[in-house]
Design a protein around this ligand. Sequence first.
Ligand code: COA
Ligand code: NAP
Length: 269
Amino acid sequence: MDITQFKGRHLFVAGGSSGINFGIAQAFARVGVNVTLISRSADKVAAAATQLQALGTQAMGIAADVRQPEALQAAFAQAEERFGPIDILVSGAAGNFLATALDMSPNAFKTVVDIDLLGSFNVARMAHAHLRKPGACIVQISAGQAFTPTPFQAHVCAAKAGVDMLTQVLAMEWGPQGIRINSIVPGPIADTEGLKRLAPTEETLTAMAERVPLKRLGKIEDIARMAMLLASDWGSYITGAIIPVDGGLAMSGPRDFTAAAAASRREKK
Ligand code: COA
Ligand code: NAP
């Protein structure tokens, strides 16, 4: 792939101050992409933007919650004013915790659906006016729970299934405008908050890696490379796709989080 194609483009990352989404931002920053990041915490997002600037690119961090469409509207307007229309939008803000449906209040379920699903709609909806047309590429960060019914994950399963359906509907509606949108489905990615919540002990982490056909946890870089491929000319005929980058985990059926849930309950005491 010719990485010079990325120079001077504009990447906007929703939920971009840490973990996988920040890793994607770093990968694009290294090839000269200008980056706008948003997340709830003003301190986290400012520190993340500073780290990107140290890679030699221009970066801006804005505090905004994906549950607040007006805050997103203002962030997208500010981003376009600074770096021009958005070429690449990564939408990955999310929340998770292990709890059975009966241990979840209606507000607990709603909170995750509001961040993951409604938040993804808000991001895409408010971004649309600021996307480069034709040419913009949207990458939604989904999860295997979208297609694997998983105990302790009713909220995430419902929300991420919705995210993938949103990907496909928007691919149909926005394809004629030259906007592509795809979902990446990461497997268990080492050194991330998401995995810490699902595998809080050495034992549960080892068991998780053991379930992966390739017998290893994923790296943030594995996901960043797929995001770059999708955003590049190599991805120019791909839209509406749900793409697992998970070492084959999607084939291995529902996971058992009983031990992990017990461990995280113990940790809370
Ligand atoms: N078990 C059951 N319910 C839980 C819970 C748990 N472990 N953690 C939170 N909740 C419930 C709360 O009790 C509350 O419900 P209530 O009002 O009926 O009591 C509801 O969820 C919302 O919690 P709150 O802390 O107010 O939400 P928030 O919007 O501040 O934070 C979370 C959202 C809960 C998802 C929080 O964990 C978060 O900010 N996560 C971001 C980081 C993350 O999850 N990273 C991994 C991404 S995969
Ligand atoms: P993470 O580091 O916690 O990333 C979540 C990001 O979203 C943070 O930057 C957080 O910053 C932001 N965020 C949370 N709620 C928000 C809100 N309401 N509005 C705006 N920003 C918000 O977790 P991660 O593990 O890297 O996960 C990243 C993505 O990958 C998620 O979509 C997750 O579902 C997906 N995923 C992860 C794994 C894994 O193994 N880690 C596996 C499959 C899928 P603030 O706290 O500042 O808001």
